[in-house]
Design a binder for this molecule. Sequence first.
Ligand code: CO
Length: 427
Amino acid sequence: MPEFPQPILDFLSRSPTPFHAVANLGAHLEQSGFHRLAEGDDWGGLDEGRYFVTRNDSSLIAFNWSGDAGPGFRMVGAHTDSPCLKVKPEAISESEGYARLALEVYGGALLAPWFDRDLGLAGRVTYRDREGRIGNALVDFDRPVAFIPSLAIHLDRKVNENRSINMQDDLPALLCTMRGNEPGFPALLEKQLDAQGIGDVSGVLGFELSLYDRQPAAVVGLEEEFIASARLDNLLSCFAATEALIGNSARTNAVIVLSDHEEVGSSSASGAGGTFLRDVLGRICGDAGTLARAVSHSMLVSVDNAHGVHPNYPDKHEPAHRPMINAGPVIKINHNQRYATNSETEALFRHVCEQGGVPVQSIVVRSDMGCGTTIGPITAARLGVRTVDVGIPQLGMHSIRELAGVQDQDFLVRALAGFFGCSPWPF
Ligand code: CO
C-alpha cells in the first residue's frame, strides 16, 4: 500500500466548512503559480496562464488557459459542501441550567454519529468595522466547544431496537453551564474574531457556522488501506481535481469547478445550478459564438464519491455492480439522468483510465431503489456539455466520519491527470 500523503489528511482536518476548503485550496493554487482573479474586475482578453476565481468564498473555479478556445475545455467538477449541523440565528437557549446551541440540519446528514463527539465550531462571520464597512472573516473555534450527549440507555431501554432522532428536540448541543453572566452569541463571535487577530470589529451582523468533529483525518485498518475522516464526500474529489490541475504541465485548457450547495440541490448563486461556470467560461472565450464552439469540443468529469458495497449489507447493491474500495474509480450510470454519463463519455473515461493503468468499476442502483444525483446532470443541462459522473467508492456516506480507500485517491488523481492531458474532442 502506498504511503498516504500527509497533505490530504491535513487538508481534510483543516477544512471544516466549504469556506475553509476554498481558502485552503486557493492558497495551494497561489503557491503553485495560479493568479487570483476577482469576478468584479475587468479581465480584458486573458493571456495564456493559470488562474482561479472564487464566488461567495465557498465555490472556486481554477483553470489553465492556453490562449485558444478552439480545442474546448477539459473540466472536472466536484462539490465543497457536506451535510452538517448549522447554527440557527438566535443561537443560544437555556434549559435546566445549560446553555444550548440551536442547530439546523444541512443536507441529508446521518444524525446518530453526531452524538457523543467533541465538536468544534467554524464558518464565516460577517461584521461591521469601526468605519462602518462590512467585512467577512473565517472563524474556527479551534477546540472542542460543544457536545451532544446521548440519553443513557437506563432511561430508554428500547433504544437499541428503535431509536429515532427528532431534529428539533434531540440535537441542541451543550455549550456550557449557565452562570448568569454569559455573553450573547454575537459577543462570543466578536471575542473569537479578536482572538484570531481580526480587530476593529464594531459588531457581528451575520454568520454561517457549523459544528464539526474535532477528530483529525487518519489512515486506519490493519493494513493501513483506509482513510477515515469527515467530509470525504466530497473534499477528496476537490483535492484530487486540484492536484491534477496543478500537475497539468501540458497546459491544455483545463478547468476545475468546485461548487457549494450540492447537498441541498445546487440551486444557489454559487452552486452548480447557478451561473458561475458559464460566466467564467464566457469571459475566457469572449463571445457567445466562441463559447458555444468551445463547449461542443469540451467534456466534464463530475467527481463525487460513490457507494462502495458494505460487507454487512451487500443486498443494498445491485448484484453485478458492487464497487470495492481500493479497486479504482466508479463510473455512475442512470439512464433516467440522475447521472449524466452516456456511452460516449463513459468510453472516454474508460479509455483515459486504461491509458493510465487505472482500474475502473461501474455502478447502477438496484431497480427497486431510488438513485442519488450530483452536480453532473445539473452542469450538463446548464452548459450543454457532455458529462460523465464518476467517484471513488466509500462507506458511511454522510456520516460524521466516513471511510474510503488510500489507493483509490491515487487512482483518481491519475485518471483526472490523464483526462486533462488528452487531446480535443473527438479525441
Ligand atoms: Co457528494
